[in-house]
Design a protein around this ligand. Structure first.
Ligand code: CA
Length: 347
């Protein structure tokens, strides 16, 4: 049998056995073990060595705790007013300032090489892994297979399993060394495997893109991600603004079900700063908006009742990193606080 046919044959046998099962629930979905077998067959079909596939995927168990965590992410149950002071707390700001200072030479070189202001590299590093302190100790293969099998976001997580196999195949890490968060995000940058393949950089030239232990690789990988997704080194991310008392909320971007959908809304909602000024928007401190000739879009992370932001081009790059208004606001807020020390610690 050729590989493609054998994959088809095996999956047919599994589905048939599932269909013949007297358990009505089982008929709807293969078991976790059966799902892993399908992934293994597909991986071998894609050309990965059987020994590698067995090492990575044998003996995995479904992690109920991972799914439980995935369903209770804090962003779904908080508002920005409660989230931001926790996420960007005094410890984070002080530590970010210290890291910016301690790593000034390396950050300046990398910032210049990639065209990304160091304060954004440090802000992302700090918020993703507490400056490398928390990188996760979960088996990436266990986390990814659990989340793919669970099903709500299979289209995101299933390709990550094959990307993780690719990382091992390329000799960048080992199966045992491939550790990450409960959501499969790896190392100090918290890259999912596809992001690792697309953006990770071996900056110190030792032959490995080591986002787990090498600071130069970590900083350069963050910078390379931003540069690859359109970062503008001359611009900032956006700013908090004050809306006039009567204002058409429909002028804000809103939310999209996908990045592409969101970007479409963003483009439709873009106006010049002069136009926003005409509409009565002010800086949050009540002064006039900058007179720069740039475009901006209005973001209301918690709808009309919450904070309002004007987003600039780099906002789109941060949304590519993580399509969450809370996350992007935290990154921008922290980057702003470490731009003008001493930091304004109270919100
Ligand atoms: Ca390296």
């Amino acid at each position: 049998m050729n590989k493609r046919f054998s994959a088809f044959f095996l999956s047919s046998v599994i589905w048939l056995s599932v269909l013949l099962s007297s358990n009505a629930q089982a008929a709807e979905k293969p078991s976790f073990e059966q799902y892993i077998e399908l992934i293994k067959t597909e991986a071998i079909d894609k050309g990965y060595d059987k020994s590698l596939v067995d090492e990575a995927l044998n003996g995995l168990t479904y992690r109920h705790k991972v799914v439980k965590k995935d369903k209770t992410q804090p962003e779904f149950i908080q508002t920005l007013d409660t989230y931001l002071p926790k996420r960007v707390n005094d410890w984070v700001v002080k530590k970010a300032l210290k890291q910016l200072n301690d790593n000034e030479a390396l950050l300046t070189t990398i910032g210049n090489d990639f065209g990304v202001q160091p304060r954004f590299i440090v802000a992302l590093w700090g918020l993703e892994s507490a400056f490398g302190k928390y990188t996760g100790s979960h088996s990436v293969f266990a986390a990814l297979t659990t989340l793919a099998y669970e099903g709500r976001r299979e289209s995101l997580y299933r390709p990550q399993i094959f990307a993780a196999l690719e990382i091992i195949k390329r000799g960048e890490n080992t199966v045992a060394g491939l550790k990450g968060s409960w959501a499969g995000a790896m190392g100090q940058t918290q890259f999912l495997p596809t992001s690792y393949l697309n953006y990770a950089v071996d900056y110190d030239g030792d032959g490995k893109k080591d986002i787990w232990n090498n600071k130069a690789d970590v900083f350069a990988s963050i910078a390379n991600y931003l540069k690859s997704e359109g970062w503008d080194n001359d611009g900032t991310w956006g700013r908090q603004v004050k809306l006039p008392k009567t204002f058409d909320i429909n002028l804000s971007v809103g939310k999209g079900r996908s990045l592409a959908q969101w970007l479409k809304k963003y483009r439709a909602g873009e106006k010049s700063l002069a136009d926003w000024r005409q509409l009565g928007l002010l800086r949050f401190d009540g002064t006039s908006l900058p007179s720069k000739n740039i475009k901006a879009a209005l973001i209301l992370p918690d709808d009309a009742k919450g904070r309002a932001y004007l987003a600039y081009n780099n906002y789109k790059t941060l949304m590519h990193w993580n399509r969450s208004y809370y996350f992007v606001t935290s990154v921008g807020y922290l980057a702003d606080l470490i731009k003008y020390p001493p930091a304004r610690l109270k919100l």
